[in-house]
Design a protein around this ligand. Structure first.
Ligand SMILES: Cc1cc2nc3c(=O)[nH]c(=O)nc-3n(C[C@H](O)[C@H](O)[C@H](O)COP(=O)(O)O)c2cc1C
Length: 180
């Protein structure tokens, strides 16, 4: 288990009753090399401590990740005044493994993958045109992003002085206390 994991998972447990504690910001490198950021839902940890996120493979972030898979995640645990920033590499999975993930989604959530392509011009006349079809098959645009973490920056707003530490993966995890 990586040494930072206990800190994150204890905050996840502590704030688990707030749905927003699963919201994090995923930053990517845009196709024009400028930054892009958006909110995503944390879906879980793999057995190798990679972060799991679901997305639509037609989305802009997916195109960006195919070209450059360097990412940063900013995850704020607001009640605990604690911020984690994870750097790493994102890998997009669209193989059989996604079946288990797809099955966990509610019918309402699943329907989002049958909406028109994200980011394109809106051409739906009424919301009735957005059919909430109960898909039996996994849609080809459903994808799982797995983030392999290589650096973690942890900041805790604390009195009298804030606490900040960083873990970097260099064959093994190295931890250092740094100025806030
Ligand atoms: C609370 C919240 C949670 C979201 N969760 C996800 C998510 O898990 N996956 C996702 O692809 N988009 C999610 N979105 C939508 C993204 O923020 C973004 O608008 C969308 O994915 C298109 O981004 P892109 O054009 O950069 O690909 C969420 C938005 C909000 C407000």
């Amino acid at each position: 288990m990586p040494p930072w994991f206990t800190d994150v998972s204890s905050l996840q447990r502590k704030e688990s009753k707030f749905y927003s504690s699963r919201w994090m910001q995923l930053a990517t490198i845009g196709l024009d090399k400028s930054p892009r950021v958006r909110t995503v839902v944390f879906r879980g940890w793999t057995e190798n401590f990679e972060m799991e996120i679901y997305t639509d493979n037609r989305s802009q972030k997916s195109h960006e990740l195919y070209l450059n898979n360097n990412v940063e995640i900013c995850w704020l645990f607001a009640r605990s005044r604690c911020q984690f920033r994870f750097r790493g590499n994102a890998n997009i999975e669209m193989n059989k493994e996604i079946q288990r993930h797809w099955e966990q989604l509610s019918e309402e959530n699943k329907a989002m993958w049958s909406w028109p392509s994200p980011g394109e011009n809106y051409s739906v006349k009424t919301t009735k045109d957005l059919k909430f079809t109960k898909n039996k098959e996994i849609p080809s645009n459903f994808s799982l992003i797995k983030i392999e973490i290589t650096q973690v920056d942890h900041l805790l707003l604390h009195k009298p002085i804030h606490l900040r530490k960083r873990w970097i993966l260099k064959n093994e995890w190295i931890m250092e206390r740094i100025n806030p």
